[in-house]
Design a protein. Structure first.
Length: 174
């Protein structure tokens, strides 16, 4: 570590402590050249990968772009901000977990779509219409059938479960 006073590279660590917040190490150092003391902080630096766009250009990963996508898709939808923040955190964690230096923008878009599908189906379709560049009504219809298919199968199961519980409940009351 270079001395901020004289520029000497010969410094000695006198004391090391974990910061109050626990996310940094505070080191007290002494310069062997000018004998002055100074403090440094050591923190973890998490480097996000470069995003490779469809045209081949590379840009820095930007969570604000992801947030903007969620905001546009969920405009006038009643999804709590807390849920959106959690979804974005899951996407960032997923990108970190890959440990790669680059990630395709298409992969990030798919992650956003998966999170929107869990949060709000209308937001999911809005995002998909722009992301997948729907060209006509048939594209919307196929997306709607994709969204409705799991819901229809769940409704069938829940109706049977309700019927079953009603019979059980009726038997207890009799």
């Amino acid at each position: 570590m270079k001395c901020p006073f004289c520029g000497s590279a010969e410094t000695q660590v006198i004391d090391s402590r974990v910061s109050e917040s626990g996310d940094a190490i505070r080191r007290r150092r002494r310069c062997e050249g000018c004998d002055k003391r100074f403090t440094t902080f050591e923190t973890v630096e998490m480097r996000m990968p470069q995003v490779v766009k469809q045209n081949g250009t590379r840009v820095d990963f930007n969570t604000e772009k992801i947030r903007a996508g969620f905001t546009k898709a969920l405009h006038k939808r009643f999804v709590p901000t807390e849920y959106v923040d959690q979804a974005i955190a899951r996407i960032v964690a997923n990108v970190h977990a890959r440990g790669e230096r680059e990630i395709a923008s298409r992969e990030i878009g798919e992650m956003v779509m998966a999170e929107l599908y869990k949060l709000d189906k209308v937001g999911y379709i809005r995002f998909a219409s722009v992301y997948r560049a729907f060209s006509d009504v048939a594209d919307f219809k196929s997306m709607l059938s994709e969204v409705e298919r799991p819901a229809a199968s769940r409704k069938g199961k829940s109706a049977a479960a309700v019927k079953s519980s009603t019979c059980k409940g009726g038997a207890r009351g009799v």
